[in-house]
Design a protein around this ligand. Structure first.
Ligand SMILES: *Cc1c(COP(=O)(O)O)cnc(C)c1O
Length: 394
């Protein structure tokens, strides 16, 4: 190995020794309630395919039809020659779905955050950020050059305190929070955060990646859940989770959306989302607008699973959403628990430091509308068995 990359090998070895090396499993089946993982047929408790749309035949068909008509690649960035009528249709439909005035789409939720935050604040400004915000919010915030001021998790009183402490120090400010927090499944108290934002007349942005297609009426998101339409300045969403495709969206104030078309760097400097992605997302919107059946089933499944896990004696933390953490404590126990589950035919990944704090390792179960009652029962049985074996439950 050339000496100049030896340090990388040393770092990799260090990760392996400390149990923090990412061993990435390979899926060789369509996404769904069951997967073929590393060649084994297992129950899927891991993916963000909340509504089971990733392999829905209606979506597959829409993507195929669009490819037949338009081909695949967009050929350019949106601002040069990559904006197709399909992109604009998706933006109109997303805004209508979310009952807001405007929307702009990006290549991913990550790109949506990198586009939006630096367009709204710069070096002379402040970002008030929940201490547990997603990595893409943190990266977007760093790129902006604004000063990042963290407030205690989901705590509007602490937000108010840090804003008052910093009064007059900055040109302008942005409050940003996840809507649904992906590791704990709890939600931001957006109504009270809005009160603080509005009292101080500060821009408010929420990243609703895990709420899109999940929270609110028929999956219209966390802003709909709290009935804050037109009050939250900009909502970031992903089309990669409940929508079952890939892509990101910023929705809300028309002037902000127009500004992002001029200043959102991933919009200006990275090619547009592909034709099949856009067509598939439009088909997902059709399905969501037609009926609340999938969203209802998702919540019914989540309630059932969580109640049964509690009955078995597991600690599911502070979750109020389909994200169901099973709190285990130390990382090696979570890793062993996950391996034992896999041997029982259940795929559920362990999550440890630095994704969650030390001593708060867990298995994170992602419930989906694609799960049948018997799938959930099979999962519960495996948890019960491994829980007893590893003395997590009695
Ligand atoms: C998953 C996630 C993202 C990234 O979305 P992608 O579309 O996968 O890039 C951004 N923010 C939050 C809060 C997320 O959970």
């Amino acid at each position: 190995m050339p000496a100049k990359v030896q340090w990388i090998q040393d770092e990799l070895d260090q990760l392996k020794q400390s149990g923090l090396y990412n061993r990435i499993r390979t899926i060789s089946s369509p996404q769904g309630a069951w997967l073929t993982v590393d060649g084994v047929h297992v129950l899927n408790f891991c993916s963000n395919n909340y509504l089971g749309l990733a392999n829905d035949p209606r979506i597959v068909q829409a993507a195929q039809a669009a490819v037949a008509r338009y081909g695949v690649g967009p050929g350019a960035v949106r601002s040069i020659a990559g904006t197709m009528d399909l992109h604009l249709e998706l933006e109109r439909r997303m805004a209508a779905f979310k009952h807001v005035d405007a929307a702009i789409t990006f290549q991913s939720g990550f790109a949506a955050n990198l586009a939006t935050i630096p367009a709204l604040v710069g070096k002379e400004d402040a970002i008030y950020s929940d201490e547990l915000n997603h990595a893409s919010i943190i990266d977007g915030s760093r790129l902006s050059g604004a000063q990042i001021i963290r407030y205690a998790h989901a705590n509007p009183a602490d937000l108010d305190r840090v804003i008052q402490e910093n009064q007059g120090r900055f040109r302008r400010a942005l409050i940003v929070t996840d809507g649904v927090f992906s590791m704990d499944g709890d939600i931001a108290p957006l109504d009270r955060i809005y009160e603080v934002a509005s009292r101080h007349d500060i821009l408010l942005m929420v990243d609703d990646a895990h709420g899109e297609g999940v929270m609110g009426a028929g999956g219209r998101g966390i802003v709909d859940h709290f009935q804050l339409h037109g009050k939250v300045d900009v909502e970031i969403g992903t089309l990669s989770k409940a929508f079952g495709v890939v892509g990101g969206v910023a929705a809300g104030s028309p002037v902000i959306v127009e500004w992002l078309r001029q200043r959102g760097r991933p919009f200006l400097f990275s090619s547009a989302v592909t034709v099949p992605d856009v067509a598939a997302t439009l088909a997902a919107l059709d399905i969501l607008e037609e009926s609340t059946e999938l969203v209802d089933r998702l919540w019914e499944n989540s309630r059932y699973f969580k109640a049964e896990m509690k009955r078995l004696g597991f600690d599911t933390g502070s979750s109020v959403t389909p994200i169901t953490p099973i709190m285990l404590g130390e990382a090696p126990l979570a890793q062993q628990f996950s391996r034992e589950l896999f041997d029982e035919g259940v795929f559920a990944m362990p999550i440890g430091y630095p994704t969650v704090p030390k001593g708060k390792a867990r298995i994170r179960v992602m419930i989906s509308a694609a799960h049948s009652r018997s799938d959930l029962d099979k999962g519960l049985e495996a948890f019960a068995k491994v829980g007893r074996k590893l003395a997590v439950t009695s």
